[in-house]
Ligand binder design. Structure first.
Ligand SMILES: [Zn+2]
Length: 332
């Protein structure tokens, strides 16, 4: 089946009461890991590329790898999503290429660093929504500031989402999905202790969902950074400092309260790095990239499968037929 829209996949997730992991990719092996995990668990898949990923791959390579995924996994609904677009231009170029969804992160100015004001955010997000919806593509916005810096993106500060503003933002922009800042952050070093209610404002999600029951909420920076993945990296020569991610049970609480898209990147990076380090320590004579990329791909697949089961998307790949973009466009 062709690439499907984020709107359709999240609408279905809403009906079914589950969440869908959105996994970042930069190369063929990561795409393959996600697709194999989706097939093994019969899950819909959201594959997302940051600006950095589009630059690294030269996005034509990435796009054609995704077309290969639709050919090779015809039973899986697949969304191709632009992660953290810094400007309308970034989002528009993704949609023109064939991405079925884009995130306009207007919480920051175009430099991807400086926090913006509310009116700027509304204006730039609305511009992307107007363009995308005409073509049937979906748009995710962001309100508040998610902490941490990843791929050079982020202000480093965190500012929680205000529920009143969220209502106004959705009304004025018409976004399909909204990323909310609840105290999570990008990157591996999220928390210096296991996060609890004092750190993660899950009550905000509950409040925003109550006020915006028809808007799909998105949790960013939601890798769980499991201890065993940290341990493998460090056992084989890595030097990661101890860190904590977002516990699965907190994500599941979010999913019970309107979170439909859960962004995961760091866990893939850790799984891949751990497997490659282990391989080289155990087989120092190897030099064929396939020898270490294969276990790396398998390690990421195993992690992704686990998330797909935990988020509840497993078993739902066959629930629906793709709605063409032209048909989605008529619905707006
Ligand atoms: Zn993010």
């Amino acid at each position: 089946m062709p690439l499907v829209t984020l709107r359709q996949v999240l609408d279905e997730a809403g009906k079914g009461g589950y969440g869908v992991g959105a996994f970042n990719v930069n190369n063929m092996e990561q795409i393959q890991a996600i697709m194999e995990a989706a097939r093994a668990t019969k899950s819909p898949a959201i594959v997302q590329a940051s600006r950095g990923a589009r630059k690294y791959t030269n996005d034509r390579f990435l796009y054609h790898l995704m077309l290969a995924a639709t050919e090779l996994y015809p039973e899986i609904p697949i969304v191709l999503h632009q992660d953290h677009g810094n400007s309308a231009q970034t989002c528009l170029s993704a949609i023109d290429m064939g991405f079925t969804s884009a995130m306009m992160d207007g919480s920051l100015l175009e430099d991807g660093k400086t926090p913006s004001d509310f009116e700027y955010n509304v204006k730039v997000t609305k511009e992307v929504v107007d363009y995308a919806h005409k073509k049937g593509a979906s748009v995710e916005g962001e309100l508040g500031c998610i902490g941490g810096i990843e791929d050079g993106h982020g202000s480093g500060q965190s500012r929680l989402t205000d529920p009143d503003q969220a209502v106004e933002f959705v009304k004025r922009t018409g976004v399909d999905a909204l990323a909310v800042a609840i105290g999570t952050s990008h990157g591996a070093y999220k928390f210096t202790r296991k996060p609890d209610a004092a750190i993660l404002a899950m009550n905000l999600i509950i409040e925003i969902h109550k006020r915006l029951p028809d808007t799909h909420l998105v949790m960013h920076g939601s890798s769980s950074v499991p201890q065993e993945l940290q341990d493998i990296v460090n056992k084989y020569g890595g030097q990661l400092k101890q860190t904590w991610g977002v516990p699965i049970e907190e994500i599941q609480l979010g999913i019970k309260n309107g979170v439909r898209k859960v962004n995961v990147d760091t866990d893939s990076r850790l799984a891949i790095t751990g497997a490659i380090r282990k391989h080289f320590v155990e087989h120092p004579g190897d030099f064929d990239p396939r020898d270490y990329m294969k276990p790396a791909r398998e390690a990421m697949q195993k992690m992704v499968e686990k998330r797909m089961v935990d988020f509840g998307q497993a078993g739902h790949a066959g629930d629906y037929q793709p709605i063409p973009l032209s048909e989605m466009a008529k619905r707006y």
